[in-house]
Write a protein that binds this ligand. Structure first.
Ligand code: NAP
Length: 273
């Protein structure tokens, strides 16, 4: 199995670990599987202990790599720093997958959504940035490493009805591109993965199943999204937009006047009925 793993793109050196946040399901679990398949020891982080342990057992069985589960609520102050300290104690983290994320679907002037929007800011921005900073400092000093930040196609345009989430992902994309440029001479690869709608627990968790566009858009398979993200990370690409429809969307929003883009996004993101 180990020999097989080395033939995989981005294969690990002995003793290399990958830290994957939001690994308890969806795209994060699939990215953790990519890392395990490439021979990395995997540190799985999220709030749901049972789901992490189940995935960990599966990965160890399938790929014969060590797996550690760390339970963390990344919306809590100081949680990201604690996670990094625990994850890196006695381990060389060669890959950071900053995947944990959430959003709130609702109008900005609805006070009901604020608590979840606050969590969105803590997890999508603060925790991601803290982990990226620890990783960048450590990896730059070592002269090698890879960081995959999970953004979204929502990063490409403002999202009325999904305003805080879209703005948070624009931040992730911007941060990732700047990091990639700064760290390019230091052996550290930074990639932003920008999936479109993907069939995970994300929309159920965010109460967004009723959005008009969701009824029309085909949902991508999280395994395929993760495979595209891993390929991009290990082949040195800075931005990965899986799927031709999403690539087309990314291009169109650059060509159409911003106000038109925001108007159309508002129509698409409104709830049905
Ligand atoms: N699905 C899509 O259509 C889509 C599209 C573009 C981008 N994305 C991005 O892809 C990433 C993964 O999302 P997904 O689609 O796989 O959704 P998901 O199935 O809901 O997974 C989200 C992951 O984040 C973790 N998480 C959420 N809040 C957390 C917290 N406070 N502390 C620690 N972990 C937390 C969840 O674990 P626990 O609940 O166990 O903590 C879970 O593992 C997110 O960054 C999302 O924004 C998703």
């Amino acid at each position: 199995m180990a020999r097989e793993a080395r033939a995989v793109r981005g294969a690990a050196q002995p003793g290399d670990w990958a830290l994957v946040t939001g690994a308890s399901g969806g795209i994060g679990a699939a990215l953790a599987a990519e890392a395990a398949r490439a021979g990395y020891g995997v540190i799985l982080a999220a709030r749901s202990r049972d789901r992490l342990d189940t995935l960990g057992a599966k990965l160890t069985r399938a790929y014969n790599v060590p797996v550690v589960s760390l339970t963390t609520d990344l919306s809590a102050p100081g949680a990201a720093e604690t996670l990094w300290q625990e994850a890196s104690a006695g381990r060389r983290i060669a890959v950071l997958v900053n995947n944990a994320g959430l959003g709130h679907f609702g109008r900005f002037d609805d006070p009901e959504g604020w608590e979840r929007e606050e969590d969105t800011l803590h997890v999508n921005l603060m925790a991601l940035t803290v982990l990226a900073k620890f990783a960048a400092v450590t990896m730059a000093a070592a002269g090698s490493g890879r960081i995959l930040n999970v953004a979204s196609t929502a990063a490409f345009a403002p999202g009325p009805g999904f305003a805080v989430y879209s703005a948070s992902k624009a931040y992730v994309l911007s941060l990732s591109e700047a990091m990639a440029e700064e760290l390019s001479g230091k052996g550290v690869q930074v990639t932003a993965l920008c999936p479109g709608a993907t069939a995970t627990g994300f929309f159920a968790a965010d109460g967004a199943e009723g959005a008009t566009w969701l009824s029309k858009a085909g949902m991508a398979d999280p395994d395929r999204v993760a495979a595209a993200g891993w390929r991009a990370l290990t082949s040195g690409r800075r931005i990965c937009v899986p799927g031709w429809q999403n690539k087309a969307l990314a291009l169109v929003v650059r060509l159409v006047p911003r106000r038109v883009v925001v108007f159309v996004a508002d129509q698409l993101l409104r709830r049905r009925g």
